[in-house]
Design a protein around this ligand. Structure first.
Ligand code: GCV
Length: 725
């Protein structure tokens, strides 16, 4: 078979744009390797050929040749077939036919795994990238590009990899008017007004997804607009599906449970009603006629005002199954979210488990119950949800949030891999110890942080969270250090003088944010609605569990939420060894202390410090760390391009101010209750409590993220370099 022509003109126009360093190129930045390294690796690579008509393999060849043209500074050879330096791309079936002498073991690679091997073809040294499908070859090709970007040797390659989870999906909380719920990167990427016209950005988005193995995109907000199922929008969805398909990304939609009423004009959405069942079936049938590889639906039901099966006295399983049955003939999936809670007196942390655990085994096989990493809501730190490991007869997926709703939006640097690996590695002890969350789940979903900002994610460092999500969904055992190192080298450069400090900053950044926002197991201390900035005093919302005061339970006697037997007994939802550990104030990991215990301010901790002193120390440690990260960045000026250097400097300046704001406001409030002096060496808040309580932003959730007013904060001489102005 002839290798298919490569479209270099297109490739070069794609990469020519990449000269400006504005963050747009992500980790697919493909800057030239140092001349010596490029010459060394060029010996192994002349150009790639696709031995397949599969669009994913054709796309892989195009990507590879564009990448090596830039990285190795060569003109890839389009007519390389069967000579030295060829990179052979094809599925095992393609290659068996084309190269009968090649014996490549693709068994065990599954549908999406890949094999990269250095082999001799007709005595010529070549590299083969293969798998059992076009998707496998595509992922293998990106892995090979990554090897080159990282400066690894291409001699004697032998790399096998398979994804741990079959479904690795980004959830875009994008509304049809292009606002994004909890989005901090500008308006939605999806331009519904101009679709079905295809923008190059959709293709670049898919390239980035494919490069880290993400294979699904839920296009719209889980607080779904029923219009998404109208013919007008479905035509646009189909166009996007066509654009993303060559990169292995299937589209999914969030749907409203009440769609049979709103879209189908039925009288009810009761999942047991035959007309409702028939409506979902015919809806699915027509959708699959339009998009044969459509992924499926995501449903947020009976949560935060969304309709659901409870409205008809049916269970969450009844609700999920009616939709699952409609999708099953087409191999579609329902991601059914377990994020349910209501204004009952019951501890919010217990509600999802109470509802879902008794339904274990009642969900269809094509339902994935999608569970947030913690029992509350994407806080800077929470223990893992007790649902993990405790629904053995159900497919459970882990949902994490890439967009930093509770972590400062696009302020500064907050690398989330340490948060996600903390959850993935948590031992559920269910049915026995040694069973971490990562081995109990079958899918990963991530709430996207992507918008139409030039740099995609609102800040250059937020890109790392997109990258990390994909890498962990492929291999949840990767360490944050490895992920940060890969990303840094591909995004900022291989110079060790920048790699080491940047990686160190990334890896410490999540603990820093926990320290200055919600140390020792505190959660949900944010301003109402938009969740930017501290408001631990806030207590006026009618829904009790939207109030920070509910979570801190602070008073003159102490602080923390009692989830032991004397309180809500949420600990009892965990498997016995975990429950036992969390139940004791002296056995619970200190990082979760106030999540499970209400303790006197003067309580002695295992460290010997009092709870009060320890809280202050944590706040100050967070502030100090962010200040140090700012100074580290300052020292990197010689190694970073000016535009991105300035952008990140600005992001970090805001984070320094934000950290002081959190620290001062929180301490001012706690001190108004505890009446205790600060330990020696720790300064008092810059302003009285009333000052922090008067900071309000006129904004709404979504991309109108409020900004801390730098000038106001500088009055007290707090913060970073901007305060010198
Ligand atoms: C999409 C939190 C967020 C909401 C979000 C919800 C969810 O409550 O604040 O904006 O809604 O989680 O995950 O459904």
């Amino acid at each position: 078979m002839r290798a298919f022509a490569l479209f270099f003109a297109l490739v070069f126009s794609l990469f020519a744009e990449a000269n400006a360093e504005d963050g747009h190129d992500l980790w697919l930045r493909y800057r030239p390797l140092p001349a010596a390294a490029a010459a060394r690796e060029h010996r192994y690579v002349e150009g790639a050929s696709a031995y397949s008509h599969d669009a994913r393999i054709v796309a892989a060849a195009r990507e590879f040749n564009g990448a090596v043209a830039a990285l190795l500074n060569i003109v890839p050879n389009a007519a390389i077939e069967q000579s030295a330096g060829e990179v052979i791309l094809g599925t095992s079936a393609d290659l068996k036919h084309e190269f009968p002498g090649l014996h490549l073991d693709t068994s065990g690679l599954g549908a999406e795994g890949y094999l990269i091997r250095s082999v001799a073809v007709n005595a010529n040294p070549t590299i083969v990238v293969t798998g059992n499908s076009g998707a496998g070859v595509l992922y293998g090709t990106f892995a090979l590009i990554r090897e080159i970007q990282l400066g690894h040797s291409l001699a004697n390659l032998s790399i096998r990899s398979t994804p741990r989870y079959a479904l690795r999906v980004l959830d875009h909380w994008d509304n049809l008017d292009r606002t994004i719920e909890r989005g901090y990167a500008g308006p939605s990427l999806w331009d519904w007004a101009t679709l079905p016209k295809i923008d190059q950005r959709y293709i670049d988005y898919a390239r980035a997804d494919a490069s880290v193995g993400i294979n699904g995109a839920v296009l719209n907000n889980v607080n779904a607009d029923p219009k998404i199922l109208s013919p007008e929008y479905l035509a646009k969805v189909a166009a996007l599906a066509n654009a993303l398909r060559p990169y292995g990304v299937r589209v999914y939609l969030s749907v409203r449970f009440s769609s049979p009423v709103e879209v189908g004009h039925l009288k009810t959405a009761d999942p047991m009603d035959p007309a409702v069942k028939a409506w979902w079936r015919s809806e699915a049938d027509s959708l699959y006629r339009l998009i044969p590889d459509f992924g499926g639906f995501v449903v947020k039901a009976n949560s935060e005002g969304e309709p659901g099966p409870w409205d008809y006295h049916r269970t969450q399983a009844d609700g999920a199954n009616v939709i699952a049955d409609a999708l099953a003939p087409h191999d579609g999936t329902v991601f059914w979210r377990a994020f349910v809670y209501s204004a009952t007196k019951e501890d919010r942390a217990k509600q999802a488990y109470d509802e879902f655990k008794p339904l274990d085994g009642h969900f269809r096989n094509n339902v994935i119950v999608q569970v947030k990493n913690g029992p509350i809501d994407f806080q800077p730190r929470e223990p893992f949800s007790p649902l993990f490991g405790q629904m053995p007869e159900t497919h459970v997926g882990l949902e994490v949030q890439l967009t930093r709703e509770y972590l400062g939006g696009d302020d500064g640097i907050v690398f989330l891999a340490p948060m996600w690996t903390e959850a993935l590695d948590s031992d559920t002890c269910s049915p026995r110890c040694g069973r971490p969350v990562k081995s109990t789940v079958t899918a990963m979903a991530g709430v996207a942080n992507i918008g139409s900002d030039r740099n995609w994610t609102g800040s250059n460092f937020n890109q790392a969270n997109w990258y990390a999500f994909g890498r962990l969904a492929w291999n949840p055992s990767l360490s944050p250090l490895q992920i940060a190192t890969e990303w840094t080298r591909m995004t900022w450069g291989n110079d060790p003088r920048l790699v080491k400090p940047v990686v160190a900053t990334m890896v410490n950044s999540r603990e820093a944010v926990v320290d200055y926002m919600t140390p020792l197991g505190l959660v949900h201390q944010f301003q109402n609605d938009h969740h930017y900035g501290p408001a631990p005093w806030s207590c006026n919302l009618s829904f009790p569990s939207w109030n920070p005061c509910y979570y801190n339970s602070a008073n003159s006697g102490g602080i923390g939420f009692d989830r032991t037997k004397t309180g809500s007994d949420a600990v009892d939802q965990y498997a016995p060894p975990v429950a036992h550990e969390f139940a004791g104030p002296n056995t619970v990991p200190e990082k979760y202390l106030l999540f499970f215990h209400h303790l006197p301010w003067t309580q002695r901790l295992r460290s010997g410090q009092s709870l009060w002193d320890s809280l202050i120390v944590h706040y100050d440690r967070g502030v100090a760390q962010v200040g140090e990260n700012r100074r580290t960045w300052n020292s990197l000026r010689p190694y970073i391009d000016p535009q991105r250097y300035a952008q990140v400097s600005n992001d970090l300046d805001r984070q320094v101010l934000e950290a002081w704001w959190w620290r001062d406001a929180s301490i001012a409030y706690w001190q108004s209750l505890s009446k205790l002096p600060l330990p020696p060496g720790h300064s008092s808040p810059a302003h009285p409590l009333s000052y922090y309580q008067s900071i309000h932003f006129d904004t709404v959730p979504g991309f109108k993220i409020p900004r801390i007013d730098a000038r106001t904060m500088c009055v007290a001489g707090r913060g970073g370099p901007k305060c010198a102005l």
